[in-house]
Ligand binder design. Structure first.
Ligand SMILES: *[C@@H]1O[C@H](CO)[C@@H](O)[C@H](O)[C@H]1NC(C)=O
Ligand SMILES: *[C@@H]1O[C@H](CO)[C@@H](O)[C@H](O)[C@H]1NC(C)=O
Ligand SMILES: *[C@@H]1O[C@H](CO)[C@@H](O)[C@H](O)[C@H]1NC(C)=O
Ligand SMILES: *[C@@H]1O[C@H](CO)[C@@H](O)[C@H](O)[C@H]1NC(C)=O
Ligand SMILES: *[C@@H]1O[C@H](CO)[C@@H](O)[C@H](O)[C@H]1NC(C)=O
Ligand SMILES: *[C@@H]1O[C@H](CO)[C@@H](O)[C@H](O)[C@H]1NC(C)=O
Ligand SMILES: *[C@@H]1O[C@H](CO)[C@@H](O)[C@H](O)[C@H]1NC(C)=O
Ligand SMILES: *[C@@H]1O[C@H](CO)[C@@H](O)[C@H](O)[C@H]1NC(C)=O
Ligand SMILES: *[C@@H]1O[C@H](CO)[C@@H](O)[C@H](O)[C@H]1NC(C)=O
Ligand SMILES: *[C@@H]1O[C@H](CO)[C@@H](O)[C@H](O)[C@H]1NC(C)=O
Ligand SMILES: *[C@@H]1O[C@H](CO)[C@@H](O)[C@H](O)[C@H]1NC(C)=O
Ligand SMILES: *[C@@H]1O[C@H](CO)[C@@H](O)[C@H](O)[C@H]1NC(C)=O
Length: 754
């Protein structure tokens, strides 16, 4: 009866338009209850039944998603229903919850508009309606919510302009309204947020000029370089400014970086900005990423850019920048000071003359260099061979002559070298590839490509994070895997560093290839680190050996046959052999196990997860120290060599031990932690006891179906098992080397195939 009464009330109220509480009106916990029931009544679908607890038999402060206050224990302070697949509209009567501080409804299916009534919420601090289907405009009444600290509305269908009066919310630290259909300009008033750290506006349809300075303006003199900003602006707290992929035009203010700038990430690519790049950019001395590509910037590149000592990414490609005389190239000398530079893109401008030899003095940390599509003549500087970390070098579509210097051969990490002569069928594939090369992957690219890191795309989880499948183009692949580090796990940052460093240093067909990395901050301003790696459609060896493992991949319902198993074993051994003896520096993997062996579409195995890997002879002392400073876990239970337990250092012999266990597991189907082994025996002992006479008794029966394929099956299996036993001996000294393993397994395979 009670319930019916309430619904009736709500129904009546909803029929009366524009009912709003009056300012100063006394509200009670009863008002809160009826506001919440009004909210519930607007939900048309609640597949998880989260709102079923919202009924009279429970106190409303115990309803799911509701928090009440400390001082006013009956009053609702938070409404938190993230990712609940709720469908419906947002009730305007939420505005009756006068004590509300937090509305968090992201990642649902809310439709309709954001109620203007929310402007009454004088205590609201967090408003998160991201990742819904909200339409209409951003209510300007939100400017009334002076306590607001965070507004997140990204990934909706919002139209209209950005309300300037949000600037009345002086405590705002984050505004993220990316990926909507917003039009109009960036309000000049936005220069006045004292505490703003993140302003995300990319992927909208914003027009007009960028109306603010990032520090304070010291001069109102007119100048030939561009427009004078309309007023004095000051957003010294901002760290992250994301304006890419809009239709902004106009110029950058001559004085864009005041002395107090904290800006670290500035993205303005894919707009229509013009004019000079102001020399004062050097006053944004904390800049790590500066992306100005694909605009209409002109004039010379200021050499003050070299004062940005922390710069890692600089993209200036696809502009109208010029260099007509040798001194116009000074910026390149200056960039030699940027010792952390990893990506430099100058392609498709109007840079003329001979490429200065000083290009070879850029940081050796440089991985991607793109100069193509300029008017550069002369020969390719020999000294480019000094940039030993280059993996991508574009010198295409220019007037270069002479032969390719031998020194380019020293660039042993080079994967992509483009020296194509001009032709310009202009919109070629290589041009599109070039665009992609132009930036490291951003957090938002990854968010999109993984559909907001949705659980459907989750393909694996490990100690340090989760792996998602993602749709993203890299060279010739369109599906990739994104490994997101859980930075809260102790050691995850170090693991990321280790993995990046190893993968940057190695290349082998049996090792997972890293395509890109992302080291950024997420929408909450937290550090975010991810690796984009090759996607392996056949999952991990773990799922094939122990198929009950949950997996989002559609794997065939069959087991591996003997030849496939042996080929995988050889692939893994070959990968280790490369790491131990044939890579740029000896590396030990330290965490070999079936879940770290990944299978591509033709079942070639690739060893992945270098989170615990170690350089034995460090290429870089500092890094080595950071990687070896803790001597915590060095592997996974069952695969850790006994000597690591008593303080042994990571070693090749240790990897061989793990490999031996893996090999025995592959052929017996028994995991080293299997219940059947719990009576004190190890996998090694279990196999040793059967060797050689009863070997067939312990071989995985799933392999048997294939055992009649060749009369040499028994001999082959004996060699494989023996090899596994020799690898997993207790004493490191008695173990064979991985080189020997490769030899033995190859000859076992030969036996089988003849
Ligand atoms: C909202 O508040 C107004 C004014 O206090 C009140 O008349 C109305 O009943 C409330 N509506 C709901 C649904 O709680
Ligand atoms: C009210 O919510 C409680 C807690 O979820 C639930 O056990 C009960 O069945 C609900 N009552 C009604 C009438 O829906
Ligand atoms: C806003 O929603 C997003 C998406 O679910 C979430 O990741 C983020 O933590 C939310 N922001 C706040 C401040 O709670
Ligand atoms: C702004 O807030 C005040 C008091 O909090 C209220 O009286 C007024 O109606 C609000 N204005 C709008 C447009 O919501
Ligand atoms: C803004 O933040 C400061 C510091 O936390 C706080 O004292 C002040 O009350 C806040 N202003 C509003 C309008 O909430
Ligand atoms: C963006 O602006 C262009 C040019 O006015 C227009 O053609 C396009 O439809 C707009 N896109 C959206 C999503 O509003
Ligand atoms: C810029 O800001 C600083 C620090 O607030 C102040 O000292 C200086 O006078 C300002 N400059 C101008 C021209 O307003
Ligand atoms: C710039 O910001 C600083 C610190 O918030 C403040 O002291 C100064 O007055 C501001 N300057 C201008 C010109 O707004
Ligand atoms: C430049 O940006 C526009 C959108 O502003 C986009 O359509 C175009 O493809 C971009 N061109 C390149 C070369 O990136
Ligand atoms: C950096 O800022 C200071 C103080 O505003 C100014 O004097 C100087 O000229 C600026 N540097 C450049 C290169 O513009
Ligand atoms: C390089 O840095 C040094 C020291 O910071 C500075 O003195 C020098 O002027 C810089 N060189 C260039 C070309 O910017
Ligand atoms: C991509 O190209 C490389 C080199 O040409 C080749 O080895 C690789 O197999 C290709 N990958 C796919 C998925 O086609």
């Amino acid at each position: 009866m009670e319930l019916g009464y309430h619904f009736l009330t709500i129904h009546i109220l909803l029929c009366l338009s524009s009912i709003t509480p009056l300012a100063g009106e006394v509200t009670t916990s009863k008002t809160d209850v009826s506001a919440l029931l009004s909210f519930k009544s607007q939900i048309s679908s609640d597949p998880f039944g989260v709102l079923s607890s919202w009924n009279e038999s429970l106190h409303h402060c115990q309803w799911q998603g509701i928090l009440c206050g400390k001082h006013h224990p009956d009053r609702v302070t938070a409404l938190v229903l993230d990712s609940k697949q709720l469908t419906g509209s947002i009730s305007p009567f939420l505005a009756n919850l006068t004590f509300l501080q937090r509305i968090s409804l992201p990642d649902n299916q809310f439709q309709g508009s954001i109620p203007v009534e929310l402007g009454h919420l004088g205590r609201i601090r967090f408003l998160n309606l991201s990742m819904n289907f909200l339409e209409g405009s951003i209510p300007s009444t939100l400017g009334n919510c002076s306590s607001l600290q965070v507004i997140e509305l990204f990934n909706n269908n919002l139209h209209g302009t950005i309300p300037p009066n949000l600037v009345q919310c002086k405590n705002l630290t984050k505004i993220d309204i990316e990926s909507n259909f917003l039009t109009g300009g960036i309000p000049p008033e936005f220069g006045h947020f004292p505490l703003l750290r993140l302003l995300g506006l990319s992927e909208n349809n914003l027009t007009g000029t960028i109306p603010f300075t990032l520090g304070n303006l010291s001069s109102l003199d007119n100048n030939i370089w561009g427009e004078i900003p309309q007023s004095v602006y000051n957003i010294s707290a901002i760290v992250y400014l994301v304006l890419g992929d809009n239709r902004l035009h106009g110029t950058l203010p001559i004085d864009m970086c005041g002395p107090f700038s904290n800006l670290q990430h500035l993205y303005m690519y894919d707009n229509q900005l013009s004019g000079r790049i102001p020399p004062s950019i050097s006053n944004c001395s904390g800049l790590i990423d500066l992306e100005l590509s694909n605009n209409s910037f002109n004039g010379i590149i200021p050499s003050t850019i070299g004062l940005l000592e922390k710069l890692q990414t600089l993209t200036l490609g696809y502009n109208k920048l010029t260099a007509n005389k040798p001194q116009d190239w000074k910026f390149l000398d200056a960039l030699n000071n940027c010792t952390s530079l990893q990506l430099l893109q100058l392609s498709h401008n109007q840079l003329q003359g001979v490429l200065p030899g000083s290009i070879a003095n850029l940081s050796t940390s440089l991985m991607k260099l793109s100069v193509g599509g300029n008017l550069i003549s002369g020969s390719i500087p020999k000294m480019l061979g000094k940039l030993t970390n280059l993996d991508t070098l574009f010198l295409n579509d220019m007037l270069l002559n002479g032969s390719i210097p031998e020194e380019i051969g020293n660039l042993f990490r080079l994967e992509l070298l483009d020296l194509k002569k001009p032709e310009r069928n202009p919109q070629t594939d290589s041009e599109r590839a070039l665009k992609f090369e132009s930036r490291l992957v951003s957090y938002h690219d990854l968010l999109k490509a993984t559909e907001n890191f949705s659980s459907e795309n989750l393909i694996g989880r490990g100690a340090f994070g989760a792996v998602y499948k993602a749709v993203m183009s890299f060279e010739n692949v369109t599906t990739v895997a994104v490994k997101v580090l859980n930075l809260e796990t102790h050691g995850a940052s170090r693991s990321f560093l280790s993995e990046c460093e190893v993968l940057r240093n190695v290349r082998h067909r049996n090792l997972i290839k890293v395509l890109s990395s992302c080291s950024s901050i997420d929408q909450h301003g937290n550090d975010f680190k991810a690796l984009v790696i090759e996607f392996m459609p056949n999952g991990s060896l773990e799922t094939w050996l122990h198929p009950n493992t949950n997996s989002n991949l559609d794997l065939p319902v069959r087991s591996l046959n003997l030849i496939e198993m042996l080929r995988i074993a050889i692939d893994v051994a070959t990968a280790l052999d490369y790491l131990h003896y044939h890579g740029p520096a000896p590396i030990v993997h330290c965490d070999l196990k079936p879940s770290n062996v990944l299978l591509d579409d033709d079942m070639t195995a690739h060893v992945g997860d270098f989170g615990l890997a170690r350089f034995l002879e460090p290429p870089d002392i500092q890094l080595f120290e950071s990687l070896t400073s803790t001597t915590g876990i060095k592997g996974s239970i069952g695969y850790i060599p006994p000597e690591y337990g008593v303080g042994g250092r990571p070693s090749m012999e240790g990897d061989v031990y793990s490999y031996g266990i893996l090999l025995l597991e592959m052929f017996t189907g028994l995991s080293p932690t299997d219940e059947k082994l719990r009576d004190g025996t190890s996998l090694h002992k279990h196999v040793e006891m059967a060797f050689p006479e009863q070997v067939m008794d312990i071989i995985d029966t799933r392999l048997e179906a294939n055992l009649y394929a060749s009369k040499n099956v028994f001999g082959c299996l004996l060699s494989v098992v023996q090899c596994g036993l020799s690898c997993s001996k207790n004493s490191p000294k008695e173990r064979i080397t991985i080189e020997e393993v490769v030899k033995q397994l190859n000859s076992a395979l030969k036996k089988l195939l003849t």
